[in-house]
Design a protein around this ligand. Structure first.
Ligand code: 3IO
Length: 341
């Protein structure tokens, strides 16, 4: 063999050995990789909080943990999030609990018409409620955090100024928010937020009830020019991790994540509340949306129609053997506690 060729072969061989054995070791010795699935598009708030959690966990574990995020339903979608995490399709998943109201009975109680002032308060209430009751439906996963959307309001292609306008109007809503739409005489059409843009485009629904940052983040303001402020129920969310994966994590990594539960709930609530304000400004400026505030009299009439909702939830929850009245009492007390801060 000619010396030049031998040298070339040696270089190729050594660089192959280096890249296979040494290089990965340099960047990822003992590194833990976690996949994190989310159902809505990347710019929306559940994914913004996901990226924030990823960044903080990677930083606080000094790079020991690498989180790969999958927004937009690319790994798991809205309806198979919980079961997909239990099965280990994703290590972590973010779910909107309103899509399975019977499955998440305790935490969905936060979507009764309590009149939370904002997402920050609702998120802290939800997280405390979870920690107090530790409901069975989460026994197969490790709960990383919970948070809530801002209170839901109506946005539609037509003005909604009174109950007559609402009669039979098809509005996209899920869980507790759907119960509110029905109680007010509207027609609730259940579907995940991620399917709503198409439903609005096609005219399957005339509007929706959700938090108002969606006007900007999903561009709903292009189609829905009419907003009615009702300060309705929130949508509760959970972030869950596969239990076997959780148990496999070193204690110091578990501590970083455990210590972040409340902080992440509050961070997400604050981000959401700020984003609602930005969205309203954007929607007024770019799409001339019209905002209706109900008169005191109209508001009182609407609230009367909402009264049976909580009673009905208490009945259903009792039938499942839950301490329903205490749960409602706790939510009210926690709302007072955090709203007063
Ligand atoms: C929501 C869900 C996904 C992305 C952005 C969002 N803003 C408010 C919600 C809550 C909601 O309507 C839902 O269906 O979970």
């Amino acid at each position: 063999m000619k010396p030049k060729l031998a040298l070339l072969l040696a270089v190729i061989f050594l660089s192959a050995v280096f890249s296979l054995c040494v290089a990965p070791g340099l960047s990822q010795a003992g590194q833990i990789k976690l996949s994190y699935a989310n159902f809505p598009p990347a710019p929306t708030f559940p994914c913004v909080q996901m990226e924030r959690w990823k960044t903080e966990v990677e930083k606080r574990t000094n790079g020991k943990v690498l989180v790969n995020t999958f927004p937009g339903g690319t790994l798991l979608d809205a309806k198979n999030m919980m079961d997909g995490v239990i099965a280990g399709t994703a290590d972590i998943g973010c779910l909107s609990m309103a899509y399975q109201p019977g499955r998440f009975m305790v935490t969905n109680a936060t979507a009764l018409p309590f009149g939370f002032p904002n997402a920050t308060v609702a998120s802290l209430v939800l997280w405390d409620l979870y920690k107090k009751y530790m409901p069975d439906e989460f026994a197969k996963v490790k709960v990383i955090t919970m948070f809530a959307s801002a209170p839901g309001n109506i946005y539609a292609k037509v003005p909604v100024k009174n109950l007559e306008d609402l009669k039979g109007l098809q509005l996209r809503a899920s869980g507790g928010v759907a119960d509110l739409v029905k109680a007010l005489g509207g027609t609730a059409v259940g579907m995940p937020q991620s399917e709503t843009p198409e439903a609005l485009q096609k005219g399957v629904v005339k509007g929706a009830v959700s938090s108002l940052e969606t006007l900007m983040d999903f561009k709903y303001a292009e189609l829905c020019k009419y907003v009615t402020i009702i300060n309705g129920p929130i949508y509760p969310f959970a972030v869950v991790m596969n239990m076997a994966k959780w148990k496999s994590l070193p204690k110091d990594v578990q501590k970083v994540m455990d210590d972040m539960g409340t902080e992440q709930a509050e961070w997400t609530g604050k981000y959401m509340d700020g984003h609602v304000d930005k969205s309203l400004e954007w929607s007024k400026k770019n799409h001339g949306i019209e905002i209706t505030e109900l008169s005191e009299e109209e508001s009182a009439n609407w609230n009367k129609l909402l009264e049976p909702i909580t009673g009905k939830w208490i009945e259903d929850a009792k039938a499942k053997g839950l301490p329903a009245e205490q749960i409602v009492k706790d939510i009210k007390a926690l709302n007072k506690k955090y709203a007063g801060k």
